[in-house]
Design a binder for this molecule. Structure first.
Ligand SMILES: Nc1ncnc2c1ncn2[C@@H]1O[C@H](COP(=O)(O)OP(=O)(O)O)[C@@H](O)[C@H]1O
Ligand SMILES: [Mg+2]
Length: 388
């Protein structure tokens, strides 16, 4: 029964893919798919997005033989990552191009696996930006696979938290923060359809050889229709420690859900601490007093010692403090985050001041506050496990 379902779905996949396959042919005669998205994105793009022009996305179907050969038969030595939902292998194509093959293996049911696959393909297949992982194609023979450009330096998480390597330099950290902000801004504002990523975190931001950040893992991403202000999503999925309160408590997602997670990501980059560590004290609760007291130097990764730029630290901590505000409406949009990051001028902090009566309610939110502050309907629901 299950097999049959899967078979039928495969036929649907084929139909789906054949509809969108263009006339062009890819390498080795494989069909090359080009989506219409991105073609006139420039119309809806804001000035930021114009800085690095987006290209038209194009991807193709790979044969199983091709990816099997590239990964040396999915050899364990080529296994580079394992998330909550997939195994990722490094591979080399015949023309020498290095690829990442994401094999969806870990879903509870075949149906779930197919849903995850289509969800990721449906969003990432329509985007192209220097700070978003580039989809090269997919393969639906045997298992379900997505094929990406290989990010040779792994994830920001593995770079930040690897005790055996020297600490990641401040300059790199700042560049990663800025690049990730540009990628997220593109997803929210630069695409024809608004995309909410829903799982922004250090293990989903990958690094190229030049440490250019790439937003990846669109397994939870959603389109938000232009006329909707937000969307209710159930079950609540994501990574504990990075979830915005309105999402965690009521399942509401919009761009500000990602902005909140971006704020947590900034704190992780600055401090070198994980969103939730072994002691179960969240990064947010740890950082909160330092942010409120302006003791921002205490937030910096001790492994950096004094090796950081104070102006940039002020900028990043100020942005982080705005992004993690409890009320979504008081958080900046990614356009405003970019303005704050890239403006050479002094930040206009007064512009972001909240009226006093709001201030108390808008104290930052930390997961450790949950017990005494809220009853969480989602507390029993599954959150996507953070394995890295
Ligand atoms: N394009 C890539 N290049 C290099 N490594 C990758 C790539 N994509 C994923 N990985 C590695 O595999 C891990 C899991 O991939 P991810 O897409 O996040 O899967 P999941 O959906 O299971 O979380 C990442 O954290 C990263 O270490
Ligand atoms: Mg992941």
């Amino acid at each position: 029964m299950r097999q049959r379902q899967l078979f039928l779905s495969r036929r649907s996949f084929r139909r789906l893919l054949s509809v969108s396959i263009g006339r062009r042919r890819g390498v080795g005669g494989s069909p090359e798919v080009s989506t219409s998205a991105g073609q006139d994105d420039s119309k809806s793009m804001e000035p930021w997005a114009d800085k690095k022009p987006t290209q038209k996305p194009s991807w193709r179907c790979f044969s199983y033989e091709e990816i099997h050969k590239a990964t040396d038969g999915f050899h364990q030595d080529n296994l580079v990552g394992r998330g909550g939902y997939a195994e990722v292998y490094r591979g080399v194509l015949e023309d020498g191009q290095v690829i990442a093959v994401k094999r969806l293996t870990r879903a509870s049911t075949d149906e779930q696996k197919e849903k995850d696959f289509l969800q990721e393909l449906g969003t990432i297949g329509h985007v192209r930006h220097p700070n978003v992982s580039a989809l090269l194609g997919c393969c639906i023979d045997r298992d379900l696979h997505l094929i990406f450009d290989f990010s040779s330096r792994g994830s920001v998480s593995s770079n930040l938290h690897d005790e055996r390597s020297p600490p990641m330099a401040w300059k790199l950290r700042y560049g990663i923060a800025a690049g990730t902000a540009r990628g997220l801004h593109y997803l929210h504002k630069g695409c024809r359809r608004r995309i909410i990523h829903r799982d922004i975190k250090a293990s989903n931001i990958l690094l190229t050889t030049n440490f250019e950040p790439q937003i990846s893992d669109f397994g939870l991403a959603k389109w938000l229709p232009s006329e909707w202000t937000h969307r209710a999503v159930a079950p609540i999925e994501g990574t504990f420690g990075c979830l915005a309160p309105e999402y965690f408590m009521h399942g509401i997602v919009d761009e500000k859900t990602d902005v909140f997670a971006f704020g947590v990501f900034l704190l992780e980059i600055i401090s070198g601490r994980k969103p939730v560590d072994g002691s179960h004290k969240s990064l947010l609760s740890w950082a909160k007093p330092y942010l409120s007291d302006g003791a921002i130097q205490k937030l910096v990764d001790t492994r950096l010692e004094q090796d950081y730029d104070m102006g940039q630290l002020k900028r990043l901590t100020f942005i982080a403090s705005l992004c993690i505000r409890a009320t979504a409406a008081w958080r900046p949009s990614m356009t405003e985050v970019l303005e704050l990051l890239e403006d050479g001028e002094e930040m206009l902090q007064d512009r972001w001041k909240m009226p006093e009566e709001e201030e108390e309610e808008n104290e930052f939110w930390g997961f450790d506050d949950l017990d005494d502050e809220c009853d969480t309907p989602s507390s029993s629901s599954s959150t996507r496990s953070s394995q890295q």
